[in-house]
Design a protein around this ligand. Sequence first.
Ligand SMILES: [Zn+2]
Length: 118
Amino acid sequence: MITTTEHFLPPDAAEPPKRCRLCDETKPVDEFRRDVRYSDGRSSYCIVCDKRKSREWRARNKERAEENQAAWLAANPGYHAEWRAAHPDSMAKWRAAHPDYKKKRRERLIAKKISISG
Ligand SMILES: [Zn+2]
C-alpha cells in the first residue's frame, strides 16, 4: 500500500534541491533545465536566471542572436509549420489577446524606416 508521503513525492525526489549559481537560491531540481554538459545533468542556473541571462545576451549580441536564430530555423525548417499544425487554435487565441498587434507592428516598422533613412 502507498503511504501518503510516498504518494506526494515528486518523481525526481531522489535528486536533492540545487543551488542556483546566479541568484544563490536553493530550488527543486525541476526548476533547472536539463543540460548534458553538466555532471549532474542540470544547468547551474535556475530557469528564471537562465531566461534572464539569455534575454540580456540577445540584447547585447543582436546580430549573433539573429544569426543563431536563422541557423536554427535552417536546421529545423518545418518546425513552425509543425507547431502550428499541433496547436491549431494558438494563432486565433493570440490574435484575440493582442487585437492591436498589427497596427503597432506597422507603426514600429514605419518608425524604424524613418530612423534608418535619417
Ligand atoms: Zn537563479
